[in-house]
Design a protein around this ligand. Sequence first.
Ligand code: SAM
Length: 255
Amino acid sequence: MLSYQHAYHAGGPADVHKHAALAAMLALLTRKGRGISYAETHAGRGLYDLDGPEAARTGEAAAGIGQAEADPASPYGEALAMVRAEFGPRFYPGSPVIAWAFLRPQDRMTLMELHPAEHAALHETMAGSGASIHHREGFERLLALAPLSPRRGLVLVDPSYEVKTEYADAARFALRLAAKWPQAAIMIWYPVLPAGRHAELLAGIAPLRPLVNEVTFRHPPSRGMTGSGLAIANGPYGAREALDAAMTAGTGIFA
Ligand SMILES: C[S@@+](CC[C@H](N)C(=O)[O-])C[C@H]1O[C@@H](n2cnc3c(N)ncnc32)[C@H](O)[C@@H]1O
């Protein structure tokens, strides 16, 4: 099922949570000279126009990045500034473009996106980045490619959770990936919903002893997500402290 379109949710409170954490992890991983591999199983289109009809329809960006207080000197603040300077102030970066802001010539980026239109847009946005972009099912393809070279790296797992089985699928994928590619940090985003479906995901990845970071939204929509969660397995040294510091981006929007 491919009905989900991230343009409606880009820059929302969940994106602020996920992207502030992602920038913090990438800043840690790129501190030393050795190259890293960065990969995504569900990349999206990479760049979102917050003046577009999708953002106006949900108001999520206004409630998220519109109110966020990202410290300009933080990794997320620096990535936002670079992206706005490059693409213009009305654009919000998706995770691939945030990663692009951190990656160096010795690093490699591998992206999967299954939706044809999103894949085409991603291709266009990432032109010149050197990223390897696959129009394939994310879990299957990355498992086939792993381990990537360089071996040190980070994998972002960001499904749309349109179907309930995606919680268990994400957990199974993380266990298989960790077995094939033990050097990779694995960062899984999940929605916190009243139904508490993410419990199945967290139980499934418990053997990886992930670092879990959850935030509650100050003004949750009347139906749907009440918060946003991240589970990071095999995170880099200093991940917990860096995550805590990154959460200041949500001062106005997280409870
Ligand atoms: C939550 S969005 C990704 C947002 C992006 N990671 C970001 O933070 O900017 C999920 C994306 O996964 C894509 N998708 C859905 N099922 C997929 C699959 N099985 N394999 C790869 N991509 C898929 C959707 O088209 C959508 O663009």
